[in-house]
Design a binder for this molecule. Structure first.
Ligand SMILES: Cc1cc2nc3c(=O)[nH]c(=O)nc-3n(C[C@H](O)[C@H](O)[C@H](O)COP(=O)(O)OP(=O)(O)OC[C@H]3O[C@@H](n4cnc5c(N)ncnc54)[C@H](O)[C@@H]3O)c2cc1C
Length: 275
Protein backbone atom coordinates (compact mmCIF):
# COMPACT_ATOMS: atom_id res chain seq x y z
CA UNK A 1 0.00 0.00 0.00
CA UNK A 2 1.12 3.53 -0.76
CA UNK A 3 2.54 5.19 2.38
CA UNK A 4 3.12 8.81 1.31
CA UNK A 5 0.27 11.23 0.66
CA UNK A 6 -0.13 14.96 0.29
CA UNK A 7 -2.60 15.07 3.19
CA UNK A 8 -3.82 12.63 5.83
CA UNK A 9 -7.15 13.21 7.58
CA UNK A 10 -7.25 11.57 11.01
CA UNK A 11 -10.74 10.82 12.33
CA UNK A 12 -13.64 10.15 9.97
CA UNK A 13 -16.62 11.47 11.92
CA UNK A 14 -18.70 14.32 10.54
CA UNK A 15 -15.87 16.83 10.28
CA UNK A 16 -13.17 14.45 9.07
CA UNK A 17 -15.44 12.91 6.44
CA UNK A 18 -16.36 16.36 5.14
CA UNK A 19 -12.71 17.48 5.16
CA UNK A 20 -11.74 14.35 3.24
CA UNK A 21 -14.41 14.98 0.61
CA UNK A 22 -13.58 18.66 0.06
CA UNK A 23 -9.84 17.91 -0.04
CA UNK A 24 -10.45 15.07 -2.50
CA UNK A 25 -11.79 17.61 -4.97
CA UNK A 26 -8.26 19.04 -5.18
CA UNK A 27 -6.05 16.12 -4.21
CA UNK A 28 -7.85 13.04 -5.52
CA UNK A 29 -5.73 9.97 -4.79
CA UNK A 30 -3.08 11.94 -2.89
CA UNK A 31 -5.25 11.71 0.21
CA UNK A 32 -5.59 9.21 3.06
CA UNK A 33 -8.34 9.09 5.70
CA UNK A 34 -7.75 7.09 8.89
CA UNK A 35 -10.43 6.09 11.42
CA UNK A 36 -9.80 4.20 14.67
CA UNK A 37 -13.18 2.41 14.68
CA UNK A 38 -15.31 1.07 11.83
CA UNK A 39 -16.71 3.58 9.34
CA UNK A 40 -20.09 4.83 10.58
CA UNK A 41 -19.46 3.75 14.20
CA UNK A 42 -21.58 5.12 17.05
CA UNK A 43 -18.92 6.06 19.61
CA UNK A 44 -18.26 9.65 18.54
CA UNK A 45 -20.45 12.70 17.94
CA UNK A 46 -21.68 12.14 14.39
CA UNK A 47 -23.98 9.11 14.49
CA UNK A 48 -27.77 8.92 14.35
CA UNK A 49 -30.24 10.31 11.83
CA UNK A 50 -30.56 14.01 12.41
CA UNK A 51 -28.80 17.26 13.30
CA UNK A 52 -30.53 20.64 13.19
CA UNK A 53 -29.32 23.08 10.54
CA UNK A 54 -30.54 26.65 10.86
CA UNK A 55 -30.02 30.28 9.95
CA UNK A 56 -31.84 31.13 13.19
CA UNK A 57 -28.80 31.85 15.36
CA UNK A 58 -28.22 34.33 18.15
CA UNK A 59 -24.59 35.11 17.28
CA UNK A 60 -23.40 36.48 13.94
CA UNK A 61 -20.41 34.16 13.81
CA UNK A 62 -22.77 31.18 13.56
CA UNK A 63 -25.16 32.86 11.12
CA UNK A 64 -22.22 33.57 8.84
CA UNK A 65 -21.16 29.92 8.95
CA UNK A 66 -24.67 28.60 8.41
CA UNK A 67 -25.27 29.99 4.91
CA UNK A 68 -22.14 28.38 3.40
CA UNK A 69 -22.98 25.18 5.30
CA UNK A 70 -26.32 24.92 3.48
CA UNK A 71 -24.55 25.57 0.15
CA UNK A 72 -21.94 22.89 0.89
CA UNK A 73 -24.57 20.29 1.75
CA UNK A 74 -26.52 21.06 -1.41
CA UNK A 75 -23.35 20.57 -3.48
CA UNK A 76 -22.81 17.18 -1.85
CA UNK A 77 -26.44 16.26 -2.52
CA UNK A 78 -26.08 17.28 -6.17
CA UNK A 79 -22.92 15.20 -6.66
CA UNK A 80 -24.26 12.12 -4.87
CA UNK A 81 -27.99 12.28 -5.57
CA UNK A 82 -28.47 11.39 -1.89
CA UNK A 83 -30.96 13.55 0.02
CA UNK A 84 -29.29 14.85 3.16
CA UNK A 85 -30.97 18.16 4.00
CA UNK A 86 -34.63 18.17 5.05
CA UNK A 87 -36.20 21.61 5.37
CA UNK A 88 -39.00 21.64 7.94
CA UNK A 89 -38.98 25.20 9.24
CA UNK A 90 -37.92 25.73 12.82
CA UNK A 91 -39.25 27.17 16.05
CA UNK A 92 -37.14 28.70 18.80
CA UNK A 93 -39.31 28.76 21.91
CA UNK A 94 -38.55 30.66 25.10
CA UNK A 95 -40.21 30.35 28.48
CA UNK A 96 -40.07 33.67 30.31
CA UNK A 97 -39.38 34.20 34.01
CA UNK A 98 -37.74 30.83 34.70
CA UNK A 99 -34.25 31.21 33.27
CA UNK A 100 -31.05 32.11 35.08
CA UNK A 101 -30.61 35.48 33.34
CA UNK A 102 -26.93 35.69 34.34
CA UNK A 103 -26.25 32.76 31.99
CA UNK A 104 -28.57 33.56 29.09
CA UNK A 105 -26.44 36.13 27.24
CA UNK A 106 -27.84 36.60 23.73
CA UNK A 107 -29.51 33.17 23.82
CA UNK A 108 -33.04 34.47 24.14
CA UNK A 109 -35.74 35.45 21.65
CA UNK A 110 -34.39 39.01 21.55
CA UNK A 111 -30.94 37.71 20.72
CA UNK A 112 -32.28 35.51 17.91
CA UNK A 113 -34.50 38.28 16.52
CA UNK A 114 -31.64 40.81 16.60
CA UNK A 115 -29.16 38.45 14.94
CA UNK A 116 -31.60 37.53 12.17
CA UNK A 117 -32.52 41.18 11.61
CA UNK A 118 -28.82 42.13 11.34
CA UNK A 119 -28.32 39.55 8.57
CA UNK A 120 -31.64 40.08 6.76
CA UNK A 121 -32.96 36.61 7.56
CA UNK A 122 -36.77 36.40 7.44
CA UNK A 123 -38.55 35.23 10.58
CA UNK A 124 -41.90 35.49 12.32
CA UNK A 125 -42.35 36.37 15.99
CA UNK A 126 -45.21 34.23 17.34
CA UNK A 127 -47.23 34.21 20.53
CA UNK A 128 -47.93 30.93 22.31
CA UNK A 129 -51.51 31.00 21.01
CA UNK A 130 -50.33 31.49 17.43
CA UNK A 131 -47.88 28.57 17.67
CA UNK A 132 -50.60 26.32 19.12
CA UNK A 133 -53.01 27.34 16.37
CA UNK A 134 -50.55 26.68 13.52
CA UNK A 135 -49.04 23.53 15.01
CA UNK A 136 -51.58 21.91 17.36
CA UNK A 137 -48.91 19.30 18.12
CA UNK A 138 -47.48 21.96 20.48
CA UNK A 139 -49.14 23.12 23.71
CA UNK A 140 -47.25 26.29 24.59
CA UNK A 141 -48.18 28.15 27.77
CA UNK A 142 -48.94 31.86 28.11
CA UNK A 143 -45.47 32.65 29.50
CA UNK A 144 -43.88 31.22 26.35
CA UNK A 145 -43.36 32.67 22.86
CA UNK A 146 -41.43 31.72 19.74
CA UNK A 147 -39.74 32.80 16.57
CA UNK A 148 -40.24 30.79 13.39
CA UNK A 149 -37.63 30.62 10.63
CA UNK A 150 -38.72 28.77 7.48
CA UNK A 151 -35.25 27.65 6.29
CA UNK A 152 -34.50 25.56 9.38
CA UNK A 153 -34.42 21.80 9.10
CA UNK A 154 -32.14 18.89 9.70
CA UNK A 155 -29.28 17.06 8.05
CA UNK A 156 -29.07 13.27 8.06
CA UNK A 157 -25.85 13.09 10.05
CA UNK A 158 -25.04 9.40 9.66
CA UNK A 159 -25.75 9.43 5.93
CA UNK A 160 -23.76 12.66 5.65
CA UNK A 161 -20.63 10.91 6.93
CA UNK A 162 -21.08 7.96 4.59
CA UNK A 163 -21.88 10.16 1.59
CA UNK A 164 -18.81 12.36 2.07
CA UNK A 165 -16.62 9.27 2.38
CA UNK A 166 -18.13 7.58 -0.67
CA UNK A 167 -17.59 10.69 -2.79
CA UNK A 168 -14.00 11.05 -1.55
CA UNK A 169 -13.33 7.41 -2.46
CA UNK A 170 -14.83 7.99 -5.88
CA UNK A 171 -12.24 10.73 -6.37
CA UNK A 172 -9.44 8.34 -5.43
CA UNK A 173 -8.93 8.92 -1.70
CA UNK A 174 -7.81 5.92 0.38
CA UNK A 175 -9.73 5.03 3.56
CA UNK A 176 -8.32 3.00 6.42
CA UNK A 177 -10.73 2.10 9.19
CA UNK A 178 -10.17 0.13 12.42
CA UNK A 179 -6.76 1.80 12.49
CA UNK A 180 -6.05 3.95 15.55
CA UNK A 181 -3.38 6.57 15.00
CA UNK A 182 -0.90 6.22 17.84
CA UNK A 183 1.08 9.39 17.29
CA UNK A 184 1.59 12.28 14.93
CA UNK A 185 5.20 13.35 14.68
CA UNK A 186 6.21 16.49 12.79
CA UNK A 187 9.49 15.89 10.93
CA UNK A 188 10.39 19.43 10.01
CA UNK A 189 8.73 21.69 7.51
CA UNK A 190 6.36 20.00 5.10
CA UNK A 191 6.64 16.50 6.54
CA UNK A 192 4.61 14.68 9.17
CA UNK A 193 4.76 11.03 10.24
CA UNK A 194 1.50 9.37 11.25
CA UNK A 195 2.10 6.22 13.27
CA UNK A 196 -0.47 3.41 13.26
CA UNK A 197 -0.55 -0.33 13.97
CA UNK A 198 -0.49 -0.81 10.20
CA UNK A 199 2.71 1.15 9.77
CA UNK A 200 3.90 4.71 9.46
CA UNK A 201 2.39 7.02 6.85
CA UNK A 202 3.96 10.26 5.67
CA UNK A 203 2.28 13.45 4.54
CA UNK A 204 2.92 17.09 3.80
CA UNK A 205 -0.03 18.02 6.00
CA UNK A 206 -2.35 16.40 8.51
CA UNK A 207 -5.95 17.32 9.36
CA UNK A 208 -6.84 16.21 12.88
CA UNK A 209 -10.60 15.74 13.15
CA UNK A 210 -10.39 13.58 16.22
CA UNK A 211 -13.12 15.16 18.34
CA UNK A 212 -12.82 14.45 22.03
CA UNK A 213 -9.72 12.30 21.41
CA UNK A 214 -7.75 15.32 20.11
CA UNK A 215 -5.53 15.85 23.15
CA UNK A 216 -4.17 12.31 22.82
CA UNK A 217 -3.13 13.18 19.28
CA UNK A 218 -1.53 16.44 20.33
CA UNK A 219 0.44 15.01 23.27
CA UNK A 220 3.62 14.39 21.27
CA UNK A 221 3.52 17.98 19.99
CA UNK A 222 3.33 19.25 23.58
CA UNK A 223 0.01 21.00 22.92
CA UNK A 224 -3.17 20.44 24.96
CA UNK A 225 -6.55 22.06 24.36
CA UNK A 226 -9.10 22.76 27.13
CA UNK A 227 -11.46 19.95 26.07
CA UNK A 228 -13.77 17.79 28.14
CA UNK A 229 -16.32 15.23 27.01
CA UNK A 230 -19.99 14.97 27.90
CA UNK A 231 -22.28 12.06 27.13
CA UNK A 232 -25.40 13.41 25.44
CA UNK A 233 -28.75 11.65 25.69
CA UNK A 234 -31.30 11.72 22.90
CA UNK A 235 -34.65 9.95 23.19
CA UNK A 236 -37.04 8.74 20.52
CA UNK A 237 -40.72 8.98 21.45
CA UNK A 238 -43.10 6.69 19.58
CA UNK A 239 -46.24 8.45 18.41
CA UNK A 240 -49.52 7.30 16.88
CA UNK A 241 -49.59 10.66 15.02
CA UNK A 242 -47.08 9.89 12.29
CA UNK A 243 -48.49 12.27 9.69
CA UNK A 244 -48.85 15.21 12.09
CA UNK A 245 -45.27 14.62 13.25
CA UNK A 246 -43.79 14.11 9.79
CA UNK A 247 -41.13 16.48 8.41
CA UNK A 248 -43.79 18.08 6.18
CA UNK A 249 -45.98 18.99 9.14
CA UNK A 250 -43.73 19.32 12.17
CA UNK A 251 -40.85 21.82 12.45
CA UNK A 252 -37.56 21.22 14.22
CA UNK A 253 -37.65 23.10 17.49
CA UNK A 254 -35.51 24.38 20.31
CA UNK A 255 -36.85 25.22 23.74
CA UNK A 256 -35.09 27.58 26.14
CA UNK A 257 -36.64 27.41 29.60
CA UNK A 258 -35.27 26.44 33.00
CA UNK A 259 -33.70 23.66 30.93
CA UNK A 260 -33.06 23.58 27.20
CA UNK A 261 -34.31 20.91 24.81
CA UNK A 262 -34.52 20.46 21.07
CA UNK A 263 -36.50 18.13 18.86
CA UNK A 264 -37.20 16.70 15.43
CA UNK A 265 -40.09 15.32 13.44
CA UNK A 266 -40.39 11.60 12.75
CA UNK A 267 -37.35 10.64 10.70
CA UNK A 268 -35.00 7.68 10.67
CA UNK A 269 -36.94 5.92 13.41
CA UNK A 270 -40.75 5.81 13.50
CA UNK A 271 -40.72 8.23 16.41
CA UNK A 272 -40.07 11.87 17.19
CA UNK A 273 -36.69 12.68 18.70
CA UNK A 274 -35.80 14.96 21.59
CA UNK A 275 -32.46 15.86 23.07
C1 LIG B 1 -26.42 14.31 20.71
C2 LIG B 1 -25.82 15.37 19.83
C3 LIG B 1 -26.66 16.28 19.20
C4 LIG B 1 -26.13 17.25 18.37
N1 LIG B 1 -26.98 18.08 17.71
C5 LIG B 1 -26.49 18.92 16.78
C6 LIG B 1 -27.36 19.66 15.96
O1 LIG B 1 -28.59 19.55 16.08
N2 LIG B 1 -26.82 20.46 15.01
C7 LIG B 1 -25.46 20.56 14.85
O2 LIG B 1 -25.01 21.31 13.95
N3 LIG B 1 -24.61 19.87 15.62
C8 LIG B 1 -25.09 19.05 16.56
N4 LIG B 1 -24.24 18.30 17.31
C9 LIG B 1 -22.81 18.49 17.12
C10 LIG B 1 -22.25 17.69 15.94
O3 LIG B 1 -22.89 16.43 15.84
C11 LIG B 1 -20.75 17.53 16.17
O4 LIG B 1 -20.18 18.82 16.22
C12 LIG B 1 -20.06 16.73 15.08
O5 LIG B 1 -20.69 15.48 14.87
C13 LIG B 1 -18.61 16.54 15.49
O6 LIG B 1 -17.98 15.74 14.54
P1 LIG B 1 -16.45 15.39 14.71
O7 LIG B 1 -16.04 14.76 13.43
O8 LIG B 1 -15.70 16.59 15.20
O9 LIG B 1 -16.39 14.37 15.94
P2 LIG B 1 -16.63 12.78 15.96
O10 LIG B 1 -17.85 12.40 15.24
O11 LIG B 1 -16.51 12.36 17.39
O12 LIG B 1 -15.41 12.23 15.12
C14 LIG B 1 -14.10 12.13 15.61
C15 LIG B 1 -13.54 10.89 14.97
O13 LIG B 1 -12.15 10.79 15.21
C16 LIG B 1 -11.86 9.42 15.39
N5 LIG B 1 -10.58 9.31 16.09
C17 LIG B 1 -10.27 9.83 17.29
N6 LIG B 1 -9.01 9.51 17.64
C18 LIG B 1 -8.51 8.78 16.62
C19 LIG B 1 -7.26 8.14 16.40
N7 LIG B 1 -6.28 8.19 17.30
N8 LIG B 1 -7.07 7.46 15.25
C20 LIG B 1 -8.05 7.40 14.30
N9 LIG B 1 -9.26 7.97 14.48
C21 LIG B 1 -9.50 8.65 15.62
C22 LIG B 1 -13.03 8.93 16.23
O14 LIG B 1 -13.15 7.53 16.26
C23 LIG B 1 -14.19 9.62 15.53
O15 LIG B 1 -14.71 8.84 14.47
C24 LIG B 1 -24.73 17.33 18.17
C25 LIG B 1 -23.89 16.44 18.82
C26 LIG B 1 -24.43 15.46 19.63
C27 LIG B 1 -23.50 14.48 20.29
Amino acid sequence: MKTTFDTIVIGLGGLGAAALYWLSRELGADLLGIEQFEIGHTQGSSQDHSRIIRLAQHQDIYTDLARPAYAAWYEVEAESDVKLVHITGGLVIEEFGVRDTSRVGTRDLNGYRNAMTRRGIPFEALSAAEVNRRWPQFALKDNQAAVYQPDSGFVDAGKGVLTHLALARARGATLLDRTPVRAVAPRGQGSVDVETAQGVFHARAVVMATGIWTNRMLARAGVQLPLYGTQEQVTYFATPHLKECSPRHFPVWMFHGAHSFYGFPVYGELATKMG
